[in-house]
Design a binder for this molecule. Structure first.
Ligand SMILES: Cc1cc2nc3c(=O)[nH]c(=O)nc-3n(C[C@H](O)[C@H](O)[C@H](O)COP(=O)(O)O)c2cc1C
Length: 346
């Protein structure tokens, strides 16, 4: 073990879970895993198992749909049916057998659905025209989230991450630029977070007390000040770990202080971390073990999530520990083509 990286390899206790280090595998959907109807296949087991084996502390499984009508790509994973549970159980176990903790990221596309797109309110931009969901549709979607959370727990996951970043449904609810509802699910911050708050209230009694609720949000929600206020509310409603990325819909990038050594997404995460007591995961262009270690050391984040480098080099974590040479992503982009212009991260 390279003792220089003692911050990155320091364990963390979260809700009775011993997370062996601060390395998080960022959620990433990959087209190469050819499956249908949301089922886990051997490609998923190999892909995640290989990365967990190399020593990652916390694996976050890619965006998994809570609704069969909301699929990013036909090969997206699903958690909308009990039939998904056996495959999800194998997936959780494929990571846990190497000592990793594992969260399942839950997603709904909202206004970005390919057919009959619905959102918190009617929405139009150059690529989508979506209608406002009716109250009974809103309630049904909350039930879909709650059922998916329950399935994740039954499948043995240590928790879930609710995907509230990158412009998807939960981001649409929280964004004042998209959510124009005039009922109790739109307007004030509390109203815009009511959808997720009620999901939490319904789900919490159904899962064991150690079950981790994560939330991925944009720091620019749409401003950093809004993002900080939102993170504080998420903590109050029982979110156990906040993963700070970027949001869609005209979020403004926070201005970087000249002496801040990393990018604006990490800066946003660091500012949020100052105001919450739950752990914060930061992400975006962290790339090297040395940066990840420094980010934890400086207190910018409790955990450092690694994305594209883990597509390219499954052994990133082991090589970090052993001081071996890592193969770095060259940003050639094919891995993100399916996201196309919708991808606000890249
Ligand atoms: C191919 C690909 C797929 C992604 N899929 C997801 C996803 O399913 N859920 C999500 O929240 N972010 C997704 N992201 C964003 C990553 O989690 C991460 O935030 C981003 O890659 C930035 O981190 P990096 O600079 O370390 O790659 C994806 C990114 C890539 C490259």
């Amino acid at each position: 073990m390279d003792t220089e990286l003692k911050y990155l390899f320091a364990p963390y206790e979260l809700k009775g879970h011993h997370i062996k280090n601060r390395i998080v595998m960022a959620p990433m959907e990959l087209l190469i895993k050819k499956t249908r109807d949301g089922f886990v296949n051997e490609d998923h087991l190999n892909h995640y198992g290989e990365r967990a084996r190399s020593g990652i502390g916390l694996v976050i499984i890619e965006a998994t749909s809570v609704d069969p009508r909301s699929m990013n790509v036909v090969s997206q994973l699903g958690a909308w049916s009990d039939e998904h549970i056996p495959g999800l159980r194998r997936l959780a176990a494929a990571c846990q057998r190497y000592g990793a903790k594992v969260l399942l990221q839950l997603q709904h596309l909202g206004v970005r659905m390919k057919q009959d797109p619905i959102g918190p309110s009617a929405y139009q931009d150059k690529s989508v025209t979506a209608r406002e969901m009716k109250l009974d549709e809103l309630k049904a979607l909350q039930e879909a989230y709650v059922s998916a959370i329950r399935r994740a727990e039954l499948a043995g996951f240590d928790g879930v991450e609710l995907h509230g970043a990158h412009g998807y449904m939960l981001n649409q609810f929280s964004s004042p630029n998209v959510n124009q509802r005039t009922d109790r699910y739109g307007g004030t911050l509390d109203n815009r977070l009511r959808f997720v708050q009620e999901v939490m209230e319904q789900a919490q009694p159904l899962v064991n007390e150690r079950f981790i609720f994560g939330y991925r949000m944009g720091c620019n929600q749409p401003t950093l000040e809004d993002g900080v206020a939102m993170a504080v509310r998420l903590e109050q409603m029982g979110i156990d770990v906040i993963h700070v990325s970027s949001c869609g819909y005209s979020g403004s990038r926070p201005e970087l202080p000249t002496d801040f050594p990393y990018n604006w997404v990490i800066y946003g995460g660091s500012r949020i971390r100052e105001k919450v007591t739950v752990p914060v995961i930061v992400v975006y262009e962290i790339r090297t073990p040395e940066r990840a270690d420094d980010i934890v050391k400086q207190g910018y984040g409790d955990f450092a999530a690694i994305g594209r480098e883990l597509i390219v080099d499954a052994e990133w974590a082991r090589k970090a520990a052993d001081g071996d040479e890592i193969r770095y992503c060259i940003r050639c982009q094919p891995c993100v083509i399916f996201n196309g212009e919708n991808c606000v991260m890249l």
